[in-house]
Structure formats: C-alpha cells, structure tokens
Design a protein around this ligand. Structure first.
Ligand code: NAD
Length: 413
C-alpha cells in the first residue's frame, strides 16, 4: 500500500492518515496530474500530491489545484474582506489582476473600508454571515472573517466561537465542493501565554480554555483542527497562516488594539494607558508585510503550514508607547492600569519556516510603519467611525449620537 501511496496512486479521497506530530508543518511533494480528461479551466486542474510532515511521517494523499503563477487570473473569495487585513488583501489581489469576491457582514468593519473598491469591474461585495452556509464558484478562499481585537471578540464571545468554528467549517465545505484552495487566518493567540520564546509552529501552546479570551483562542485552535481534518478526510487543499500582531493604515480607530489606542491617545495628547508595568512584549508586523506573507503562503506548493507570519523584532509595550509619542510629537504621559485577563506576557514569532518555504520576512521597521499609520489616523474623520457599545460591536458613532439627541430620538423604548 505504501508504495502506491508514495507514488500517488491511491484512490482520490482515500484517507491514509497515520499518527503524526500535531501542529507539525506539512510539506507537499508535487506529482503530475493523472486524469485522462482535459480540463478547460487550468485553475481547477488537479495535481496528485503526497503530503508529509517535516519529520517525514506520511500523512495523506491529496489532490491540489495545479500550480498557478501570480499573473494568472483567479476567482478569489475573501471572507472578512471589508476588515483591516481583508481590505488590504482585496486591493492586492485586484492589483494582481484577479477577480475578488469580498464576503463580509460588517460586524467590525464598514462600507467606507472598501468604498474605493466598489465599482471596480473585478470586485464584488457579498453581505453574508460566515456562520451560515455559502457557495460560489471560486479557485481560492482566504478565510479572514472573525472579529480580531479583544473589544470586538469579547462583545459576543459565543458568536466569536461560532465564527471560527461554524464559519471555518462552512468555508472548508465550500472549498471541498468547488475544489478551491483555502487559507485559514489563524493567529499567534493559539499559543496562549507561551512558555517558550520565540514561538515555533511545533509549540502546542499554553491556553486557558475558560478565560475571557478563550472564545477567540480556542475558536481559532478548533478552526486549525478542522482544516487538517478536512484535508485528511476530504483532500481539501489547505494553507494555515498563524498571523502575529499586525498594524497599519485601515485599522479601525476604536478597535482597542494597542497600536490604535496609543496612536489615538497620542494624537489627542491624552494619557497613554499601559496595562501592567508595560514590560509585556509584542512583535508588530506592518500590514503590507503580512499581506505579502499570506499571498506567498497561498501561492506556494510546498507546505500547508502552519506558518508563522509576523515580525521578529520584539518590543515591550512601553517601548511601543515611546515610539508612538516620538513619531506623533505628542505631549502624552504614560499611565499604568491593571492587566486584563489572560494577557500574554510575550509574543515573538520564529519565522524560520516562512523564510524557508515562502522566502518571506518583514521589510518595514516599526518606526516607519508607525509613521504611515499615524498619517492614516490623522486623515480620518472620526465622526464616521462607530465606537463599541453594549449593543453591537460598533453600533453608534458620534454622528449618530448627535443626530439622535438633536432629533429627540435618544432614550426611546
Ligand atoms: N490584525 C491582526 O493583528 C491579526 C492577528 C492574528 C490573526 N488575525 C486574523 O486575521 C483576520 C482578519 O483580522 P483583522 O485584523 O482584519 O480584523 P477585522 O475585525 O478588521 O476584520 C474582520 C472582518 O471579518 C468580518 N466578520 C466578522 N464576523 C463575521 C461574520 N460572522 N461573517 C462575515 N464577516 C464577519 C468583520 O466585519 C470584519 O470585516 C481574523 O481572522 C483575525 O483573527 C489578525
């Protein structure tokens, strides 16, 4: 059987999974397609492949779309495409000549994020919730939909888990049905509060299952599990990116993430709030670098991942505050507040695999990236952005409040 398996001649769909080290990166060895029928659409042609773990353990025989070059036209679905990372991704994919379907329910984003894309002849917006099944013809799926900042994902933690679990299952089902390749946007949060630094992909993590961040961390962990089970059971062609803290233009000014908070506070000369003593570390990756890493991971044929996508330069949160104050030229002072629940003490990716398989590493340094982000925040008309409320992640904006007060609408039943 193993001879046939290694030659890629086992029946498509047959699952020959052996016990393998969980979370080990899986590499894919290409085999020529063996179907006698000519396929009219090269994007959907299948290539017989043998997948194996880095440690050499055989996993499964899968079929993957034939290799495509960056210049080929593809139909690409980006879930969460109106969000921070998703909107940058949509722009890059359109610039590469692809047809982009952006699926989003605007839970944490707004039409204004993608207003420059609406009307583009190769761009289509689909308002839909990923927790409901969805089908369309496509060659690639970037599954980015999920509230990503604590203020958003803790607003409705049950829904957050559903987005990661049901949403990912729905997208894997779609990828299975139309034989699309799917990239799952996982996160460094799956490592929890890590006991090792830097975090390598083979590290299993140190995560609280019952804390206030668990809806996000554990949801994303299950999403990873689902990806690998769909690959083992149904030959779905997966790619798994573990994204570390990413920042840049396009972030929501009220997303509550540390870079956003500090820049907003510095621009208003308000006190900059540090949680704990500010000695917890983070590595900050500029959005252009992250998007480049995601596209490279999707387009290569060697590995499914998981692959860490992040910047290896580690800064304490206090150092970040000082960089922001200096770039903005702000008069803000640092103030210290108690640490929120399960806040990880350190975060730094090992990107050896990204360098090896994607020939990728971040290019933009923190000061330069913060400069671009500050310019973006300065250009915003904040009245157009909604702040988190107890009702929805971003229900009311300053504009809405003023309008309601002046029209006597406030305080209704
Ligand atoms: N930005 C980062 O630093 C970072 C780090 C690690 C992982 N990620 C992952 O990358 C992805 C994008 O993150 P982001 O920073 O752009 O966040 P974001 O909140 O800006 O974007 C998420 C998008 O998903 C949409 N969405 C949420 N729930 C949905 C649902 N049920 N159906 C359809 N759309 C829905 C939101 O409306 C939003 O447009 C997320 O999956 C996140 O977990 C981001």
């Amino acid at each position: 059987m193993w001879g046939a398996f290694l030659r890629g001649t086992t029946a498509r769909g047959a699952v020959c999974a052996l016990a393998a080290a969980p979370l080990a990166a899986v590499t894919i060895g290409q085999r020529p397609r063996q179907s006698p029928k000519p396929l009219t659409d090269p994007a959907r042609a299948l290539t017989r492949s043998v997948v194996r773990c880095d440690d050499g353990v055989q996993l499964i025989n899968v079929s993957v779309p034939a290799q495509k070059t960056d210049t080929e036209f593809s139909r690409i679905l980006v879930t969460g495409g109106a969000g921070f990372l998703g909107s940058h991704l949509c722009r890059r994919l359109l610039a590469q000549g692809h047809e982009v379907m952006c699926l989003d329910n605007y839970f944490t984003s707004a039409r204004s994020n993608i207003s420059d894309l609406v009307g583009h002849p190769r761009f289509e917006f689909i308002r839909h919730d990923v927790t409901e099944p969805f089908f369309c013809e496509c060659d690639f799926v970037y599954n980015m939909a999920c509230p990503a900042s604590p203020v958003h994902y803790q607003f409705n933690p049950i829904k957050t888990t559903k987005v990661s679990v049901l949403g990912t299952m729905n997208m894997l089902g779609l990828a299975k049905r139309v034989k699309a390749r799917i990239l799952q946007a996982s996160t460094s949060e799956i490592y929890g509060d890590p006991e090792i630094s830097p975090q390598v992909e083979s590290y299993w993590g140190h995560v609280n299952t019952i804390g206030v961040r668990s809806c996000y961390d554990e949801g994303k962990r299950v999403a990873e599990t689902l990806c690998f089970d769909y690959m083992r059971m149904h030959n779905v062609d997966i790619r798994l990116a573990r994204i570390f803290n990413t920042y840049g233009p396009g972030m929501h000014p009220y997303d509550g993430r540390v870079v956003t908070n500090f820049i907003m506070q510095a621009l208003k000369d308000e006190d900059i709030t540090l949680y704990g003593d500010g000695s917890q570390t983070r590595s900050f990756c500029f959005v252009d670098d992250t998007v480049e890493g995601l596209i490279r991971l999707m387009n290569q044929e060697e590995t499914t991942g998981p692959i860490n996508i992040g910047n290896t330069n580690e800064f304490t949160v206090k150092e970040l505050a000082e960089v922001v104050i200096s770039v903005v030229g702000s008069k803000s002072k640092l103030v210290y507040l108690p640490l929120p629940g399960d806040d990880p003490k350190q975060r730094r990716p090992d990107i050896t695999r990204a360098k090896k398989y994607l020939d990728w590493e971040p290019q933009v340094q923190l000061r330069e990236g913060i400069g671009k982000t500050v310019e973006y925040f300065k250009s915003l008309d904040l009245r157009k952005y909604k702040q988190p409320t107890s009702h929805t992640a971003h229900k009311t904006s300053e504009d809405d409040v003023k309008r309601r007060i002046s029209s006597g609408m406030n305080g209704g039943n």
